[in-house]
Design a protein around this ligand. Sequence first.
Ligand code: F6R
Length: 609
Amino acid sequence: MCGIIGYCGPKPAAGLLLEGLKRLEYRGYDSAGICVQAEGGGPLSLYKRKGKIRELIPLVPEELAGSCGIGHTRWATHGEVTDQNAHPHLDCSGRIAVAHNGIIENYLSLREKLASEGHRFASETDSEVIAHLIEKYYSGDLMEAVRRALALLKGTYGIVCLHRDHPDRLVGARQGSPLVVGIGHGESFLASDVTAIIGHTKQVVYLEDGELVCLTPEELRTTDLKDQEIQKKVEPVSWELEQIEKGGFAHFMEKEIFEQPESIKRAMGGRIDLEQATAHLGGLNMSNRDLLNVERVRIVAAGTSWHAGLVGMYLLESIARIPCTVEIASELRYRNPVVERNTLHFVVSQSGETIDSLYAMRELQRKGATVLGICNVVGSTIPRESNGGVYIHSGPEIAVASTKAFTSQITVFYLFSLLLGRMRDLSADAGSAFIRDLASIPAKVEAILAGSRGIRELARRYCHYQHFLFLGRGINYPVAMEGALKLKEISYIHAEGYSASELKHGPIALIGEETPCLFLVPDDGLRDKLLSNIKEVKARRGRVIAVCAQGDNEVRGIADDVIEVPRVHETFNPFLMVVPLQLLAYYAALELGRDVDQPRNLAKSVTVE
Ligand code: F6R
């Protein structure tokens, strides 16, 4: 989704801004721009255009002077993808420039009023009204003008702006769209995401909703919307620059798939207690008594994180014997949900910024719920506002399609189910066996990755089909949905994930030579049922790829193609079922020449509704 970068300091700003924008590319965007203050208060230099940053770079003169500026990657919401609609936007006088993430819901009425007062608009965007409002209220104090402009806005924003009369300062503000300040030596940064700035500083200040910041190279001043000073904490960032680079892989998605043996280990790291055969999850902020009082769990998330939550539901019910429901955040949020006593809520979000999940969390908290986060990005909004939670420690996930976050999110659910299970029905022996199986997963994932060539070959043969069905049962049903999501989002092949048992209730009408079915058939209690489902498909001349346990000759005998994975206790199959599906999607997209890391229309962190 849209990205913001701002810089003020001693260095030429243009190069830093373009580099920052490149680091934000992964979020998804369709146009980009920068605006730089000329040295000594000359006119603002504005360069913006639709398309990729590589198309913007040639427009920016190499010698462009000016050491304070702002940049933006736009993901269109209001107004088409055009050069004019790209950010930054200027006021009428060309003295103020603004870049905005989010949506201004009342922009039409504001725009009409401003136009009637003589303001001239150059774009169709909602964002441009902010520049004109600041112009209207400016009388020498930029921060004050911004504050007065913000008071009129309804909606969400992360903004950064500059004024030609203040060549060494930036003003930023946040409401529902993240912003982080980077503090360097004699230089300051403002960004929507730490990845844009970690090449320059590891010291950051996270802004909260309702806060404004004024930055100069030497200092920052933070206030609320009523101009009350706020003392902010400077926090370290643990991510390293190498983690946000491809490190020899062709794509971030490939790198992240191959990182999974390590990222799964990191999600478990320091959280397993061999002696007590249980798990410790310190960030939950819950005593054993609190945990014993939990009668139900509700998991809320979107997309891939929702699929991870569904796996969590199977685990919590089967291992911890706790009733559990899983809901799509955007649906829950507008449904006036009932919060029952002794129900523990989890919000699962890789980015920690997904607006649907964040607002669902706030709604639940407003109703008195205890909400824990399962997140990856340290310092992001959901973990900061939740009542506690667990970081998955996957490291930066840059590819738009989520892979390693999924396996780490489910790792946390395995640990949490073990913890609750050991407080209830699970014996110490069963707990120890559970830990042994979980600890064996990274090596088994490694073995699947070592066989990726076979999956690549399969992707080559199947990537020209227009439609796919992914079918699984039990705990692997959400994995089938996840496999279908991966394939559709990066290869654009239409794919649906179903419970194989649902086939006969409708989707079987689609079966034929043109719609291959990918079945997840591990060696578990539902295998025989799945074999029958495969036969139903074969009887209708459907092609079948099966992901099955090593040496399962019966599956091999009836499927057209198989991907074998190591054997494991059936509870743990989701790890081993999902990795081949990630690889299949990746290689299919590669075969079809798709933009794997930045698929069309998609954004990494969905910060608008
Ligand atoms: C799919 C994908 C999305 C996200 C969803 C939620 O590959 O990445 O479906 O899972 O937008 O994002 P987070 O987990 O950041 O809340």
